[in-house]
Design a protein around this ligand. Sequence first.
Ligand code: SAM
Ligand code: SF4
Length: 486
Amino acid sequence: MTPGTYFLETFGCQMNVLDSQLVEGQLRACGLRPAESPTSADVILFNTCSVRQHAEDKVLSRLGRLAALKRRRPDAIIGVIGCMAERQRESLFVQVPHLDLICGPGELHCLPALLDQVRQRREPVAALAGTQSRRIDRLARSLLEDEIEALDAARDSAASDGVLQAYVRVQRGCDKFCTYCVVPFTRGPERSRPPQAIVAEARRLVDRGCREITLLGQTVNSYLHQDGGQPVGFARLLERVAAIDGLDRLRFVTSFPADWDEDIFRVMRDQPCICPYLHIPAQSGSDRILKAMKRGYTVAEYLKLMDLARKYIPDIALAGDFIVGFCGETDEDFQATLDLVRRVEYKSLFVFKYSPRPGTTADHSRPDDVPSEVKVRRNNELLAVQGAISLRHKQALVSKTVQVLVEGRSKAARRGGPRHARQLVGRTPHDLIAVFDGDQSHVGALVNVQVTAATALTLTGRIASIISPSRSNRLGVVSLPVHEAG
Ligand code: SAM
Ligand code: SF4
C-alpha cells in the first residue's frame, strides 16, 4: 500500500471504539500516519453505528460534505466501515456516489487489502459478511469460527505502550433479536472468542502498563467457549482475567438480564480487581412492553436480579439503558418505567428515544405510534428522575475518600480555562467521574481523592494520597473516551 495519511471518525458504542483502535493499528502498520482533519487526509474513514436513524444521518451529512473534496482530490479514498456499511450495503454507493469503499464490522481485518484494491482498480469495493448461519448451536459456531480472531489477534502490542485502559472483545455479534434492534443483522451471529486468546491479549496489555481492562460483548455474560474440552462460561472467564498479575481494575459491558448466572456475582465479590459496577439494561419497566420487545424477562425477574446483585455486592453501582416511546408505550407503561428507575436507584442511565430500524420485527409489525414530542418529554422526565438520584448519591460522598485512576487533564483544563489549568480527571471503581488538581506525574496513578463537592455528573475533590504511582514512563498516557450517561 502507498503510505500517506488517514482520518478516522468513530460513531456509536464501545465496540466501535475498539474496532477503530484495531483498524488504526492496521493502518499504522501499513505506514499511514494520522491526519488532523479529513481535508488533509489521503484515506478518510467513518466507523459507523446503525442503532438509531440519527447516528446514520450524521454520517450521511459528513459524507455529503466530502463531495467537493473528492472533486478537488479524486485520489483521496473515502470509506464507510462498521454497522452502517453492513446494513445499507451497496445501496450506499448509490446514495453517496463519491464513496470508494464499504466494509462491514466482521471484515475489518481485510481493510488494508481493500484500500490497495481501490488504488489499483479505481473502482468502489465492498467487503460484507452477508447472512451468516445461525443454524448450528452457539458453542459449535464459536469453535468453527475462530478465524474471526484475525482483527483482535493482530492487535499491535507496541501501540499499546502507555495505554492506561483498554477494551478487550470477548464476543462478537448477538442472537437475541430484541424486536427493535438492528445489531443482530449488522454484527451477525453470537460467537465467543477462545478464552486463551482473551487472557493472552489482556496479559500483553497489562505487561505494557495497562491498569484497567473492560471486557466487551453485546451480551457479555452469555459468553461460552471451551478449553481442553471443558465448557468455559463468563464466570470462569472473568476469574481467569482477574487473576492476571498487575491488573488493577476489571469491568465488563453489556450484561443481558435473562442470561445471568449467579456464579458471576460470586466471582465479582471474591476478586478484588473486579469493579463493583454492572451495566445491565432493563429497556422498560412495563411487562407488556418488555414482551413486545422480546427481552425474555419480566420486571419482577429483573428486580429480583438487582436485589441479588446488592446481596452479593452491597455497594454495587448499577447502570441501565431504557428506550422511551417504543411502539404502543402508554403513559401507564412509562410510569412503570419511572417506578422501576426509582426502585433500582441506578448510578447512571442511558436513555434513548425509540427509532424504528428497517428489517427489525418491530418495524414491520408495529406502528411507531408515540409522537416525537411525547418521546422527547418522556426522555427528559426520565433523565430528570435519574438526575435527582445521581445527585443524591454523589452528595452522600462529600467529605468521604474515593479511589481514582487518574486518566489525564480534564475537559476544562484542555479548553484552557486559567481556573482549571491543573485540573485532572479520573474514575472511581464505581465508574463515577472525579475532577481534582494535580500535575502530569499523577496521570496514570491510582490515588485517594477526598470529595469536597458533587453535581449529578461529577465529583470534585483533592488528592489525599497516592495509592500507587503511574507505571508509564511516557508523557501522555492514553485513556478511553469518557462515556457518561445521565
Ligand atoms: N446489547 C446491549 C443490550 O442489549 O443491552 C445493547 C446494545 S445497543 C447498541 C445499545 C442500546 O441502544 C440498547 O440497550 C438500547 O437501549 C438502544 N437501542 C437499540 N435499538 C434501538 C432503537 N431502535 N431505538 C432506540 N434505542 C435503541
Ligand atoms: Fe440488540 Fe437486544 Fe442484542 Fe442488545 S441483546 S444487541 S439490544 S438484540
